[in-house]
Design a protein. Structure first.
Length: 82
């Protein structure tokens, strides 16, 4: 809802083979991932996230990961480039 309120054009649940990313902002070539506490605390999730991030960075995407706490508290705005 934050991106929409700022009139940022983005794709939700964008397929960037072989992954589906939470949000993609084309004009910035930026991926935003929302890391929920439950899913990102499971065994192997940190390693899986690192593998995914490394692949996407190799493909020249910029990535910002936001934790559930940052999203719920609004403490993420300073991390965004707009």
């Amino acid at each position: 809802s934050f991106l929409t309120s700022k009139n940022i054009n983005f794709d939700k649940q964008k397929i960037i083979h072989p992954y589906i990313v939470d949000a993609y902002i084309p004009y910035l070539n930026l991926i935003i991932e929302a890391d929920g506490d439950y899913w990102h605390s499971l065994p192997g999730s940190k390693e899986s996230d690192e593998k995914r991030d490394n692949y996407l960075k190799e493909m020249k995407y910029k990535i910002i990961r936001l934790t559930e706490k940052q999203i719920n508290s609004g403490d993420f705005e300073s991390l965004l480039p707009f």
